[in-house]
Design a protein around this ligand. Structure first.
Ligand code: HEM
Length: 503
């Protein structure tokens, strides 16, 4: 019997019913089994256009995993840890051709606009526990286990986890696999050793670099229009891109051009995410445009130390290698910082008391003078706000790994090839103050000192010089592709007294 013959499509806007008591799943028909799912019946309007079969199975499954379910029982949580959703096991047996993998379920949810990946992951962990294994994908958010996994990556002896194939096949297809973020083993080690010196405190926290950051911040903040709604996230991505290009390649571009290029990377992030979750989305012009940008970066007339290091590498004879490296660094070097800044500004708008404290501290420490690097790093209110935002709205929301051998992970057997997806926000929530937003282990974020300094310079100046008035649509809900940002960051800016003086 085909499942579609036995399943009556759920009426739209069906009133909520108390879930029936769970029965032995083997004794139930697939349809009855699906109806037991606490969230399955709450199908959305968006199912209207789907085939009946999809609606009955796929969408129920997607909603089941990602939707606002009632907490699952301990028994169900235990079953989830073993593999397939218990509500769906019979259905999966009856319809083996359907792709029941967790990623496919997430894909269906995303395709229907039902959920954002950050919410999906959060719902998954809230409803089914901190460790959920579906097929060959493990969703893991227990801090101590995540720490073990991160430390077991690129360990000098016995590396048990590597970068995930899923990530290589998504991000790698957009920006190239031969880049520091995705390379492994000896190739990764050599790259990290060569590039790291340009990102450590000694280089980044210099007075010269700080003054340069100030100049770039002034250039962008001076040009912000007041009195009309602007997309703050786009403006901050443009600013961060300027910092990244200038810091790493010594390239200084005009605002309009930077804004267009920020749009290019937004398309890149979207394409990578769509590839990750198997969504049908193409952007045929993007590779050519990214390559043209890469060639410009490589040809910078005044190469900064990072670019000099890359150019001096014997592998730089291979143009593809060089393009991969510069594109990946540019993407990593601006998007997450800009999104962190957007979330931080949005949080301050919602917390007038903290905003007042930030401004008072800025006035007391710096006033209208040009700050030194020590003064900027001394801004405790700004620093704490950035720290809290990094914890609560982790811009790089998903870190992934792949098991390289059969393993026993805290009592759970996982086989070689298992993809481990770690939801940073959920991990942070359980980590007693420890923050995983910059990753950990040998592959911890290489740019975190730059990201923190830039965030402090830009946030303190932006929020001291301007009042931000939200529009009707402004929303802090996550909108995530490679990294996570607020769904709508339109604000109307008004100059404060300090802003008036500086204008
Ligand atoms: C708020 C801003 C940032 C956040 C939240 C962030 C987050 C992360 C995370 C979580 C990882 C680890 C990924 C993994 O283990 O799979 C990472 C790696 C990395 N980040 Fe960042 N990052 C930020 C800013 C930057 C900046 C400004 C740069 C500058 C270029 C940068 C460069 C890198 C690089 C090169 C890696 C790869 C390190 C390796 O694999 O050895 N990041 N970042």
């Amino acid at each position: 019997m085909l499942i579609r013959d036995s399943f009556a499509p759920a009426p739209l806007r069906r009133p909520k019913r108390a879930p029936k008591k769970a029965q032995d799943s083997a004794s139930l028909s697939a349809a009855a089994q699906l109806r037991q799912c606490p969230v399955g019946p709450q199908l959305s309007n968006r199912s209207r256009n789907l085939s009946r079969q999809n609606r009955a199975l796929g969408e129920t499954a997607a909603t089941c995993l990602g939707g606002p379910a009632q907490a699952a029982t301990a028994q169900i949580q235990a079953q989830m840890r073993q593999g397939l959703c218990p509500y769906l096991s019979q259905a999966a047996q009856n319809n083996p051709t359907q792709d029941w993998s967790a990623l496919n379920l997430l894909r269906q949810s995303l395709e229907q606009g039902q959920t954002d990946p950050v919410d999906f992951l959060h719902g998954l962990h809230q409803n089914y526990g901190a460790s959920v294994k579906v097929g060959d994908v493990l969703f893991e958010s227990r801090p101590e286990v995540v720490s073990q996994i991160l430390v077991a990556t690129e360990r000098p002896k016995n590396t048990q986890f590597g970068k995930s194939t899923l990530q290589k096949e998504s991000l790698g297809q957009v920006y190239g696999e031969q880049a520091i973020f995705l390379e492994e083993g000896a190739a990764w080690k050599a790259q990290r050793k060569n590039l790291q010196p340009h990102f450590v405190g000694r280089s980044v926290l210099s007075e010269e670099n700080h003054q340069h950051l100030q100049d770039l911040t002034d250039k962008h903040l001076d040009a912000l229009p007041v009195g009309i709604p602007i997309d703050l996230n786009l403006k901050l991505r443009t600013l961060s891109l300027d910092v990244a290009l200038s810091h790493m390649f010594g390239l200084n571009l005009e605002l309009d051009e930077l804004e267009n290029l920020a749009g290019l990377f937004e398309r890149g992030g979207k394409l990578a995410q769509n590839k990750l979750f198997g969504l049908k989305h193409q952007d045929p012009e993007l590779p050519g445009q990214l390559n043209a940008l890469a060639d410009r970066l490589i040809a910078s007339p005044t190469p900064a130390p990072t670019l000099q290091t890359l150019l001096a590498d014997p592998q730089a004879q291979d143009k593809e290698w060089l393009r991969n490296q510069v594109l990946m660094l540019t993407m990593l070097g601006h998007e997450t910082t800009a999104n962190l800044l957007t979330y931080s500004a949005a949080e301050l708008v919602n917390q007038p008391q903290q905003l007042a404290e930030l401004r008072a501290e800025y006035q007391a420490t710096i006033g209208t003078a040009r700050p030194t690097v020590d003064q900027t790093t001394d801004l405790k209110v700004t620093r704490n706000l950035i720290k809290d935002t990094t914890r609560e709205h982790a811009p790089n929301y998903l870190v992934s790994r792949e098991a390289l051998e059969d393993l026993n992970l805290d009592g759970m057997r996982i086989s070689a090839g298992t993809q481990v997806l770690m939801s940073i926000q959920d991990i942070n929530e359980q980590a007693n103050g420890k923050i995983f937003s910059f990753g950990g282990g040998a592959r911890v974020c290489m740019g975190q000192v730059l990201a923190r300094l830039e965030a402090a310079v830009v946030l303190s100046q932006l929020m001291t010089r301007f009042d931000l008035e939200p529009t009707e649509k402004t929303s802090l809900a996550p909108k995530s592709d490679f990294s996570s940002r607020p769904a709508d960051a339109h604000y109307t800016l008004h100059r404060t007294d300090i802003g008036q003086k500086q204008a």
